[in-house]
Design a protein around this ligand. Structure first.
Ligand code: G1P
Length: 293
């Protein structure tokens, strides 16, 4: 391996510059990252996973019109004071927790040039250390946070890691697809990576889910990556080049993944996360039963 890799993963990139066209009209004036799963914005669930995995700094890649995401994680003293004066201590505490979750720095992606380009925009903020990338559309509900699972794999193999799950044939063209050689029950050494292949050209049905742990060498490859699928600079293409130099592990994570970027996936996530809340579970189940009768 040509580059020494460090042990500590402290930073995470969250790309949040997309237009959210799949959720129009909801996303006409509200960033899709702010759409709630129950009463918590999607991006707060994602950041919570990062924090619970030991991440200390979030590099948010944003764009015009996304200011409310930063406002959400900022302190709102007036509102806190008002809630406290009304005796709503618990709610005030909830707000304070959000603003103290983690350090967030923002960089802008001036033009929508693809996921690879979004990650490249974070290069200076990341510097020379391994880092996580978490995609806001992928919500993972698991006992051990999905990012933490990847960090444990990195600590063992000292190579970049990506989260994987098997998908049905019909979904293969929607994902980055990999194949590889088995290392143990959940890990493979990746031997091929293709962004959104046709079913006939796919090396397997193991799909990349939006959790990546990358060595900083990825930036060199992102700088060299030409536009690929959809005319965009694809992270998968740069990862495939990094794989050839440093190796790359695929990890079949434990947990349930929701595609919050898809209308049905978003509704499913809302129902599932609501059912996990003790105060909502019983009344919601009762109500759902009346609907299906
Ligand atoms: C992105 C990646 C793709 C990955 C997917 C996971 O695609 O390019 O490789 O499988 O996220 O959600 P997107 O869904 O943003 O088009």
């Amino acid at each position: 391996m040509s580059q020494p890799v460090k042990n500590v993963v402290r930073k995470a990139v969250i790309p949040a510059a997309g237009l959210g066209t799949r959720f129009l009209p909801a996303t006409k004036a509200v960033p899709k990252e702010m759409l709630p799963i129950v009463d918590v914005p999607t991006i707060q669930h994602i950041i919570l996973e990062a924090v619970q995995s030991g991440i200390e700094t979030i590099v948010l890649v944003t764009a015009r019109g996304k200011e409310s995401i930063l406002d959400h994680f900022d302190q709102h003293s007036d509102l806190e004071k008002k809630l406290l004066s009304e005796g709503k201590t618990e709610l005030a505490e909830k707000l304070r927790t959000v603003s103290q979750m983690v350090e967030i720095v923002a960089v802008r992606q001036g033009a929508p040039r693809g996921l690879g380009h979004a990650v490249l925009c974070a290069k200076r903020m990341i510097g020379d250390e391994p880092f996580m990338v978490l995609l806001g559309d992928d919500l993972v509900d698991s006992e051990i946070p999905c990012s933490k699972q990847l960090i444990e794999v990195y600590n063992k193999y000292q190579k970049s890691v990506v989260a994987l799950m098997p998908v049905p044939d019909s979904d293969v063209p929607k994902f980055g697809i990999v194949s590889g050689d088995k290392l143990d029950d959940r890990n493979i050494e990746i031997t091929a990576m293709v962004e959104k292949p046709k079913l006939t050209e796919a090396p397997s049905n193991l799909a990349i889910v939006g959790r990546y742990l990358l060595t900083p060498k990825i930036f060199d490859y992102l700088e060299k990556t030409d536009p690929g699928k959809g005319g965009e600079i694809q992270l998968t293409d740069a990862m495939n080049m990094l794989r050839k130099e440093q190796g790359f592990i695929g990890h079949q994570f434990q947990g349930l993944r929701y595609d919050a970027g898809d209308t049905l996936g978003f509704v499913k996530a809302n129902v599932a996360y609501a059912l996990k809340r003790p105060e909502l579970r019983e009344p919601l189940l009762e109500y759902l039963k009346t609907l299906v009768k």
